[in-house]
Design a protein around this ligand. Structure first.
Ligand code: AHR
Length: 528
């Protein structure tokens, strides 16, 4: 979060309350049925310029790390309690995990899950969250001004990750916490030694180590809203000691330095931590009610990644370290409508529209294009709190932003290709094209997936597509995310305004034309 944004955020009350008022339709049909329905009727107009996508299979950018399809869960509002975990709910399993949420999350193939925050982590004592649940202390969470029951802690988090099939990623407390507490947490999770914290894990019923690989050295330490806020030099000096202690417990862990809003933070931090860390983090929250502004922000996001990449290049050039430090975009999303309000647990319950889904797809395309440097990313957050999944007592709704996350993980390949894209741009914004594209293939070049976002609010765009080095079958599937307008949203009252429709295309070859509908995300799979 940027410090100057705090004042801009308003409360979300009517929207969330309205959304939570009615029951969801049958969950299964929301989640997985891609009905074949007639194409939407729009006034088809060609873009003023010729829109082109050119793919050459010799122009490979690199391998996409599946860890870019990660997510984030924080003790905040109804993300943990009432989101992924709801003891006593008829929708939960015997361990208290909401089965409907787990099923929806699984369908997004969440690769890595960050926890426990966020801002929450800077005041969290992990030792409060282990052992018999009824004996765990209730605490006041200063970050989000809420009561914390501690009924969900490390063991529950790991269990959730196992159920989900995601790698756990823990952010240690570098606000009020100590380096000893951080090292003890690593011992509790990963050690097999005959020592206190490893033995306590065993006593708590977990004989085998959790082998938590990813650890973040603090959260947004640069911001005044953070407990234990520091400047870059102070942070880097502390982080070296925290990281050193944690590695002395488990030398195999991957460490993520806390990246900041710009070069003034990132350069000194990385200079100090370059030999220690594997990643440096970046957070980005965007969003606007104005279409051009929202997509301009998507382009700014890419510039932010490239600027951080340049810092990494500069710092690395002065070292003999072999393994390049990568970027972990460990919080990213649209967030500008809903803030938090003490006493209201419906915090940050942003209602997303189709425009936001297109922004998410643009973000995923950007990660593909920058796959050499972005190796991990977590959408913030998984459920209820600025999330693709919203729950109430009786079910859930899949927000618009759910669909790109699901479609991309289902269909995109592991190798990014360097697509040449020619497209008109938003008026007055030459760097913000209507079309945003990523092209991916699998290792064997058996499949080409084109992910095409047409961000034009009213116009279908007919695109000339040329492919070199790959002969596609002439027909195949095209999955389209769309709805009546960019403002369309899914709510409990109206859960299917924006959905995925499976269409077929024909006539593909070395050169062909394909029309992409106004305000849509299309994932087109071409088989060799
Ligand atoms: O995701 C919500 C909050 O946004 C996180 O707690 C914090 O890290 C960021 O400012």
């Amino acid at each position: 979060m940027k410090s100057n944004e705090i004042g801009r955020r308003g409360l979300l009350k009517g929207g969330a309350a309205a959304m939570l008022g009615a029951a969801a339709g049958p969950f299964g049909s929301l989640l997985r049925s891609w009905p074949i329905v007639p194409q939407q009727q729009t006034a088809t107009v060609e873009a003023a310029g010729i829109a082109r996508i050119k793919i050459d299979f010799d122009r490979r950018i690199g391998t996409i790390d599946r860890n870019i399809y990660g997510n984030f869960t924080e003790h905040l509002g109804r993300c943990i309690y009432g989101g992924i975990y709801e003891e006593g709910s008829p929708l939960s399993d015997a361990d208290g995990f909401r089965k409907d949420v787990l099923q929806a999350a699984k369908a997004m193939h969440v690769s890595v899950l960050r926890w426990p925050g966020g801002n929450f982590s800077s005041g969290y004592n992990w030792k409060d969250g282990i052992g018999p649940k009824d004996q765990r202390p209730r605490r006041w969470d200063t970050a989000w001004q809420e009561e914390e029951s501690n009924r969900f802690g490390t063991d529950e988090f790991i269990e959730y990750c196992r159920k989900l099939g995601a790698e756990p990623y823990i952010c240690v407390n570098m606000g009020t916490g100590t380096m000893q507490e951080a090292a003890d947490w690593v011992e509790y999770c990963n050690a097999t030694t005959d020592t206190y914290w490893a033995n306590l894990r065993k006593k708590n019923g977990h004989a085998e180590p959790y082998n938590v690989k990813y650890w973040a050295l603090g959260n947004e330490v640069y911001g005044s809203w953070q407990a234990g806020h520091k400047d870059a030099v102070e942070y880097a000096a502390d982080a070296v000691e925290f990281g050193k202690m944690m590695r002395w417990v488990d030398p195999t862990i991957k460490l993520v330095a806390c990246g900041g809003p710009g070069v003034d933070w990132n350069f000194p931090v990385l200079e100090k931590l370059v030999y220690l860390v594997d990643y440096i983090s970046l957070h980005h929250y965007g969003g606007s009610l104005e279409t051009a502004k929202e997509f301009n922000d998507a382009c700014e996001f890419e510039k932010q990644v490239r600027t951080l990449d340049a810092v990494i290049t500069a710092v690395m050039s002065r070292t003999d370290k072999k393994e390049r430090v990568a970027i972990a975009v460990d919080e990213w999303n649209i967030w500008f409508r809903s803030w938090f309000h003490r006493g209201d647990n419906h915090m940050l319950e942003e209602i997303y529209n189709l425009r936001d889904a297109l922004w998410i797809a643009s973000g995923l395309n950007m990660f593909h294009r920058n796959c050499r440097t972005v190796k991990l990313a977590d959408v913030a957050q998984l459920v209820n709190v600025i999330a693709p999944i919203m729950t109430n007592d009786t079910g859930l709704v899949l927000q618009t932003t759910y669909y790109p996350l699901q479609l991309y993980t289902d269909h995109c390949g592991d190798v990014a290709l360097d697509a040449l894209v020619r497209s008109d741009a938003f008026p007055g914004l030459p760097d913000v094209p209507y079309l945003d594209v990523s092209a991916t293939t699998d290792d064997g070049n058996q499949k080409l997936t084109l992910a095409v976002v047409n961000r034009h609010p009213t116009t279908d765009i007919s695109v000339e597509i040329e492919i070199e080095g790959f002969k596609p079958q002439s027909s195949g599937n095209l999955y389209e995310i769309n709805g009546p307008s960019l403002d369309a949203a899914n709510t409990f009252a109206n859960p299917s305004q924006v959905t995925v429709r499976r269409k077929s295309y024909s006539g593909a070859g070395a050169a062909f034309r394909q029309t992409f509908a106004a305000h849509s995300v299309s994932v087109m799979t071409l088989q060799a």
